[in-house]
Design a protein around this ligand. Structure first.
Ligand code: HEC
Ligand code: HEC
Ligand code: HEC
Ligand code: HEC
Ligand code: HEC
Length: 238
């Protein structure tokens, strides 16, 4: 009897656990995804504080780590995405960065002139399209991120400065892309890849893999001066 109860209750625990696992979603993740799709209204007028004044006014306003609600952001703005979409969203650990920098003004460098607006408004409220003729001093959103993020990483010699440190490439599933007959010959495979990777093929032709050459001291009857390789006399196309 006891065995049966133990068995039954552990079954209930197990199945209720499973149900919860199916229903449960990280709230932060949903929020970050929602947020990444928003386009906020453009802010025309800003308060033109200099660095130290800005830092002081943030302190006077009592802005601190307590005002950091979002642990992280996904950067995937439609403002940028409508023009180019080479990569998936960029993850930005906001709380960690705010903790490290200590000083919010390092990134939130200006605020809207409207006193009622949030001190630490989104970058995308002031930086949107690149080359806006009415606001030529404002760089576009992509450049604003790149310049601020990468500059600080360079200055501090910490944090990624290479593209892959922040970006994952949007690589489509090649099972769907590649169209080949059964038992293709090697030329058919190469031709199929070249259908899309023309530029990579051109690049390849300028590298040492294609152009290598070097002295061939051991070739019978020839001296050291004989140069061999794909860049000279070799015919094979591997
Ligand atoms: C420190 C992080 C960081 C590094 C390093 C970085 N980027 Fe970005 N990049 C971003 C952020 C943030 C965005 C804005 C993402 C958004 O909102 O869509 C972005 C946007 C882009 C976009 C437009 C969005 C897209 O999906 O096409 C391109 C293109 C891009 N970056 C290319 C590069 C290249 C090339 C390099 C290397 C030379 C690089 N980035 C290095 C952070 C970075
Ligand atoms: C390393 C740079 C950096 C630092 C330091 C930093 N932030 Fe941010 N913060 C950002 C970025 C980038 C965003 C996202 C902007 C966007 O979506 O366009 C952001 C967004 C925010 C938002 C959300 C704004 C909105 O309208 O949704 C708040 C609030 C905020 N930060 C508060 C703070 C506070 C308070 C501090 C200091 C304790 C701080 N941040 C420090 C870069 C930083
Ligand atoms: C309230 C408006 C406003 C907000 C919010 C804002 N910026 Fe700016 N930003 C400007 C203006 C205006 C300039 C041009 C300043 C100049 O050259 O006189 C500028 C210039 C820049 C520059 C060029 C170099 C420099 O530092 O002057 C970068 C990079 C930049 N912003 C990044 C960001 C990032 C990243 C965020 C979000 C964390 C952000 N900005 C938020 C208004 C804003
Ligand atoms: C004020 C300086 C500063 C700015 C601005 C800054 N970073 Fe960083 N970032 C750092 C430092 C310092 C680290 C190293 C943290 C560590 O290793 O503990 C770092 C680490 C990172 C990392 C790797 C660790 C992690 O948290 O995932 C990523 C990704 C990153 N930054 C993205 C960004 C992006 C995107 C931006 C712009 C929106 C940005 N950073 C702006 C200082 C900065
Ligand atoms: C219908 C178009 C198409 C065909 C056919 C195709 N690819 Fe791609 N491939 C892409 C795209 C789009 C990307 C992602 C963007 C980029 O890197 O150019 C990609 C990316 C890649 C990458 C980089 C993966 C990464 O993680 O960065 C490799 C390697 C690659 N392809 C190999 C091949 C090979 C080998 C073939 C032939 C068997 C092939 N592709 C055929 C479209 C194609």
């Amino acid at each position: 009897m006891i065995k049966k109860i133990v068995f039954f209750s552990s079954l209930v625990l197990l199945t209720s656990g499973l149900c919860r696992a199916e229903v449960w979603k990280a709230p932060d993740q949903e929020r970050a995804k929602e947020r990444s799709k928003q386009v906020v209204p453009f802010i025309k007028e800003y308060k033109d504080d200099h660095k130290i004044a800005r830092k002081m006014s943030l302190m006077d306003a009592g802005i601190s780590l307590n005002d950091v609600q979002d642990v992280y952001f996904l950067m995937d703005s439609p403002i940028i995405k409508d023009r180019e979409d080479h990569y998936g969203p960029v993850r930005f650990s906001h709380k960690r960065h705010a903790n490290l920098a200590k000083d919010c003004s390092k990134c939130h460098h200006f605020r809207p002139k409207d006193e009622a607006a949030l001190e630490t408004t989104r970058c995308s409220a002031c930086h949107q399209d690149a080359f806006n003729p009415e606001y030529p001093e404002r760089i576009g959103l992509k450049a604003a991120y790149h310049q601020q993020c990468i500059q600080c990483h360079q200055e501090q010699a910490k944090g990624p400065v290479d593209c892959k440190g922040c970006h994952l490439q949007n690589v489509p599933d090649h099972k769907q892309l590649v169209q080949l007959p059964d038992n293709p010959d090697p030329f058919q495979v190469t031709a199929e890849c070249l259908r899309c990777h023309d530029a990579q093929a051109e690049d390849m032709l300028t590298t040492a893999h294609w152009l290598w050459k070097g002295p061939s001291p051991y070739t019978t009857g020839h001296g050291k001066e004989v140069m061999h390789g794909k860049g000279t006399t070799a015919l094979n196309n591997y």
